[in-house]
Structure formats: structure tokens, C-alpha cells
Design a protein around this ligand. Structure first.
Ligand code: AMP
Length: 219
């Protein structure tokens, strides 16, 4: 059955690491709106320029801009068996847009839709964010404290020099939490009421959280 899996959770809750792994495991595309938007910024496109001004403040990019990017992406052939959606929806309005996009794409096809919520206390998260580094080439995510590279500052996979995301500073991280609690957290009840919410305890090592995630997926 077609699998549509969406992931909710505060910034730096570990969604990126787990969903990248899950996409390989299930052989489904990993679609991450943050990365799609950063790619637009790198290209210097009009959408990228608009997105940058919001991302730099820790705010949500306008709903129509992200909506059209996500609609194009979900309509691609590689999503015919489903997708792993990381970072979308991020507001009730986006959740309604996703429902419309899905029904247009799926028609009568039966779908296994799950919203997986990474539950983790906020205290741990700020320190995860400011210590996070990522590889601009292969996308691997590291953490100076919790998941260091073998050689400081160099990606273990591909040897590229790691970067810190511009919005991973403490000040912008705080704004991103505000946005999360205001705009995104209401989705937890929204999907609970629809009977599709699965809550994952995201406190633990990468392997521990992965085992819990597999249990939910195979349930
Ligand atoms: P992330 O990489 O998921 O932490 O996202 C980084 C930033 O991209 C967020 O702080 C937002 O500014 C923007 N962004 C990512 N996904 C969305 C979305 N679904 N809607 C609006 N803005 C988004």
C-alpha cells in the first residue's frame, strides 16, 4: 500500500537523521522542505530570495511558496509508492493544503498515512542546535558533542568541509522554537483527532530511537 509518512517535532529533535535512514530502509523519497528551500537560496532563485528573508528570522516561509514547491515535488514519479515528508506541514493551514494535494494526486488509491511525532524536551534541543554541523555535499548531519566526525570539521562520508547552518545560532534557534510552539505544535492535536498520530519518545541514542521508529512503522 502507498505509504505517506509525515514527521512532526521541534527543531533538532532528530527527525532529519531518522527520516533519512527510514527513506533508505523503505526505499521511499526523503522530502525535506528546509533542504528544498535552502537549495532555492543557493540557486539564487526568486523563491530562494523570498525564503531567505524568513528563514534568517526563524519564521515560516509564506504558505503559497512552500505549497507550490511541495506540490511539484509530491507529483513526481518517484513518489508513486509514497514518501517521507520531513518539515511539512508546519501549520494547520499547510495541513489542509497537504490534504488537498494528496487527494488530487491519489484519487481512490488506498493510502497508509501516518503522522509521527518526535516527542522530546526543549532543554536538550537548544544545545543540539548550536552544536549541529552538516555536510553541504552529502547532507550528513553531525553534532560536535553527540556525534562528532573522525577528523574535526570534515565529513566522514565524503571528506567535504562541514558547515553550520546560518539559522542554527542561539538567537535564531529561540525564534524557531517560538514559531514551532505557535504554528506547528497544534498539528499534534489535529492529527490525533484524525486518529493517525503516532508519538515517538525521541530521547535516546540514534539506535534506540531508530528501534522505536521501526516498531511504529511496522505496527
Ligand atoms: P528546517 O531545516 O526544517 O529546520 O527548516 C529551516 C527553516 O526553513 C524553517 O525555520 C523555516 O523558516 C523554513 N521552512 C522549512 N519548512 C517549512 C514549511 N513547511 N513552511 C514554512 N517554512 C518552512
Amino acid at each position: 500500500m502507498k505509504k505517506e509518512l509525515i514527521f512532526l517535532g521541534p527543531p533538532a529533535c532528530g527527525k532529519g537523521t531518522q527520516t533519512t535512514k527510514l527513506a533508505l530502509y523503505l526505499n521511499l523519497p526523503h522530502i525535506d522542505t528546509g533542504s528544498l528551500l535552502r537549495a532555492e537560496i543557493q540557486k539564487g532563485s526568486d523563491n530562494g530570495k523570498i525564503a531567505k528573508s524568513f528563514i534568517d528570522k526563524g519564521e515560516l516561509v509564506p504558505v503559497n511558496l512552500v505549497g507550490s514547491i511541495i506540490k511539484d515535488r509530491l507529483s513526481k514519479e518517484d513518489c508513486s509508492n509514497g514518501y517521507i515528508l520531513d518539515g511539512y506541514p508546519r501549520s494547520l493551514e499547510q495541513a489542509d493544503i497537504l490534504t488537498v494535494i494528496n487527494s488530487e494526486i491519489n484519487g481512490d488509491t488506498e493510502v497508509d498515512f501516518k503522522a509521527i511525532y518526535f516527542d522530546l524536551h526543549q532543554d536538550i534541543l537548544i544545545s543540539r542546535i548550536v552544536n549541529r554541523r552538516s555536510c553541504p555535499k552529502c547532507g550528513e548531519i553531525y553534532n560536535i558533542k553527540f556525534k562528532p566526525t573522525r577528523v574535526a570539521g570534515i565529513c566522514d562520508n565524503c571528506g567535504a568541509e562541514l558547515v553550520q547552518r546560518k539559522d542554527d545560532t542561539e538567537e535564531i534557534a529561540k525564534a524557531r522554537f517560538e514559531t514551532y510552539f505557535h504554528e506547528t505544535a497544534p498539528l499534534i492535536d489535529y492529527y490525533k483527532n484524525k486518529g493517525v498520530l503516532k508519538t515517538l519518545n525521541a530521547d535516546g541514542s540514534i539506535d534506540e530511537v531508530w528501534e522505536r521508529l521501526l516498531k511504529i512503522i511496522n505496527d
